[in-house]
Structure formats: structure tokens, C-alpha cells
Design a protein around this ligand. Structure first.
Ligand code: TXA
Ligand code: MG
Length: 326
């Protein structure tokens, strides 16, 4: 691999590099993805190496349109058809039985594969012009916060990937909703912009693995990625329900960053405080704010927990993981 990652401005060039087997980061409507030809085990191997990703954490395969599903899956269940008709292209990933052409490396040896059709026009152009299914995890070093700006992708991966398409897009800011669609009811594996109530409007029986009690977990499909640490900044993350709920010493406060929806009363001598106008803005800027706190050398990041509604359920999930909760 060259020591420097190519900076691209043209999606057509990104697509042709993907066709040649290269690793290319590109924007989507959720977060930046690190793409490679999903049909080539050699190319996919380079994604795992660049990210330092555990081999048992499977990748999402990205397609340009639902007519391309047979490139990745062997069956499109009724549940998947219903959800894709309602929410795709968009921030939803469906887990289905995989087809034989997808290498085991992509799925971590599972007989299912996660597929997503992004709505972002830039991602669409990259994938469609590559004429291949594109495996793409979030474009960050494994365990770090995901990236919503190309500069942040390079902070983690410069010199470790072949190229990056330097365009802005990630408007949602949190990864797609992952839904197991292999059975008769959808099972939510990772919350995202498409919420459990959204799924239940299409399939009233939709369940969430995230809300399941331990006795139920055995009988629900698994999400292998959830075993590993995620979204961790260098600073210690503290969670609080309200801004005034946290007690820091004077010394701690000067090295602290506060992020949330409510004004922080006691924050005048802290490193940085950011109040977002609404939940969408909090979610959209969350990963970049964690990264910015690290750049500032923060020792502590104090997060106001997102309410468990709308995109808040997904943001809350990422906040808990950023703080090291399983
Ligand atoms: O928004 C997104 O989904 C972004 C953009 C780039 O599309 N991608 C992304 O990929 O977040 P990644 O690799 O960071 O997360 C993939 C998630 C993991 O939680 C993984 O466990 C789950 O999808 N997953 C992949 N294949 C699976 C499978 N066969 N069964 C269950 N979960 C699977
Ligand atoms: Mg990720």
C-alpha cells in the first residue's frame, strides 16, 4: 500500500478503483463507509486490516437498487420485501440468507448477510458505477467513533486505505438501523434513524433485541458486532440525565467537554461546551464532537443522555457504548 491515501473528488474514479479491488472510503447519508468489492476476499481482507477489525464482526454489503439483491442474498423474505418497500433506499440494513458468491470473510462465517441500499446520491453513484456489491463498514479504526467528515476518516485511516472520496454527506450522523429479516417478524439488532415504532407500523410484531430481557435473548437472532467495544473516544465518558446532574472537581472541569440539549450551568471554565438545538442535530454531530473532544485533549466528556424517542433511541445506544456499557 502507498504511504499516502489518494484524495478524490470524482465518484466515477472512486468506482473504478473499487472495480480494481482497492479500498475506498465514501460518504453515505449515515456515516462514511470504507468500501471494497464484496465479491473479492482479497479486497475485503484489506478492509479488516486497515480498520484493525476483529474477523468475527461481519460487514454490510451495499447495493445500488433492490433488483441487485440477488448479487448478495439467496432469498428475499416477505418481511424484507415489506421493509425495503417502506424504507429503502435509506438508513436501513436487512439481514437475509447469503448467496454462495459472497465470501465467508464478509459475513464472519455466518450463513446470513447484511445488505443496505443507501439513499445518498454520492454513495449511489459510487456503488452503481462500480457494478459490484460493495462491502463497507464505517470508516474508522475499530473501536473508535465513526466518521461523518472526510477529514476524520483520514485522521484514523490515512496511509491505511487506497483512496477517499472527499465529499460531505452524512446528514443523519448515526449508522443504519440493522434488522434481522430471516424470520416471520423483523428483529431490530441495532437502532438507527428508522425506529422500532417505524418498523411496527409495517409489521406490528416487530421486536427489538436491544429491549429483550436475558431469557428472551437466546431465542432472538444475534448481532455479532455488538460483542466488541465501539465508539470509544480517548477521554472518559460520563453520562447524565440532566446537565446539572454531574459533580466534577474544579480541576476536572477545566479538562471537561459538555455535550447535550440543555444549557450547562457550571461549565464556564470547562474546555468546551456544546448545546444542540434538537435531537437530530445532537445525533448528526455526536461522533464529530467526541473526536473534537479528543483533539482538544479532554480528560472527561460529559454527555446528556438522549431521550428514548425517535433518533434518541439510537443516540442513547451509542452514548452507552461510548461510555463502555455493553
Ligand atoms: O450506516 C451504516 O450501516 C454504515 C454505512 C457505511 O453504511 N455501515 C456500518 O457498518 O455501520 P459497520 O460495519 O460499522 O456495522 C455493521 C453492523 C455490525 O453491528 C454487524 O454486527 C452487523 O452490522 N451485521 C453485519 N452482518 C450481520 C449479520 N449477518 N447478522 C447480524 N448482524 C450483522
Ligand atoms: Mg462501525
Amino acid at each position: 500500500m502507498s504511504s499516502k491515501t489518494l484524495r478524490l473528488s470524482d465518484a466515477a474514479v472512486a468506482a473504478s478503483l473499487l472495480r480494481e479491488g482497492k479500498t475506498v472510503a465514501f460518504p453515505t447519508e449515515t456515516v462514511f463507509g470504507l468500501g471494497a468489492n464484496a465479491l473479492s476476499a482479497g479486497s475485503v481482507e484489506r478492509i479488516f486490516r486497515a480498520k484493525g477489525r476483529p474477523a468475527d464482526n461481519p460487514l454490510i454489503v451495499h447495493l445500488g437498487a433492490s433488483q441487485d439483491l440477488p448479487m448478495a442474498v439467496s432469498e428475499v423474505t416477505q418481511v424484507a420485501q415489506d421493509l425495503l418497500a417502506a424504507f429503502s433506499p435509506g438508513p436501513i440494513t436487512v439481514v437475509l440468507p447469503k448467496c454462495a458468491e459472497i465470501p465467508d470473510l464478509v459475513t464472519g462465517g455466518l450463513d446470513t448477510v447484511a445488505v443496505r441500499i443507501p439513499s445518498c446520491p454520492i454513495a449511489q453513484q459510487v456503488i452503481q458505477e462500480s457494478r459490484r456489491p460493495i462491502a463497507a463498514p464505517s470508516a474508522n479504526r475499530s473501536g473508535r467513533p465513526s466518521s461523518t467528515r472526510w477529514q476524520s476518516v483520514l485522521e484514523d485511516l490515512d496511509g491505511r486505505i487506497d483512496a477517499i472520496l472527499c465529499k460531505e454527506s452524512a446528514t443523519i450522523g448515526l449508522e443504519s438501523t440493522v434488522v434481522d429479516c430471516t424470520g416471520d417478524v423483523p428483529v431490530l439488532l441495532r437502532p438507527g434513524a428508522i425506529t422500532l415504532p417505524d418498523l411496527q407500523r409495517i409489521h406490528p410484531g416487530a421486536k427489538s433485541r436491544c429491549d429483550a430481557v436475558p431469557a428472551e435473548l437466546e431465542s432472538l437472532p444475534n448481532s455479532p458486532g455488538l460483542r466488541h467495544p465501539h465508539y470509544r473516544p480517548n477521554a472518559k465518558v460520563l453520562l447524565y440525565e440532566r446537565a446539572d446532574g454531574v459533580e466534577l472537581s474544579d480541576a476536572e472541569r477545566t479538562q471537561a467537554v459538555f455535550l447535550g440539549l440543555s444549557e450547562v450551568a457550571q461549565a464556564e471554565d470547562c474546555l468546551w461546551t456544546q448545546t444542540y438545538p434538537d435531537l437530530d442535530a445532537y445525533a448528526a454531530h455526536f461522533y464529530e464532537a467526541l473526536r473534537e473532544a479528543d483533539r482538544l485533549g479532554a480528560k472527561v466528556i460529559v454527555l446528556e443522555l438522549a431521550p428514548n424517542q425517535g433518533i434518541g433511541a439510537a443516540l442513547r445506544d451509542r452514548q452507552l457504548r461510548a461510555a463502555g456499557h455493553k
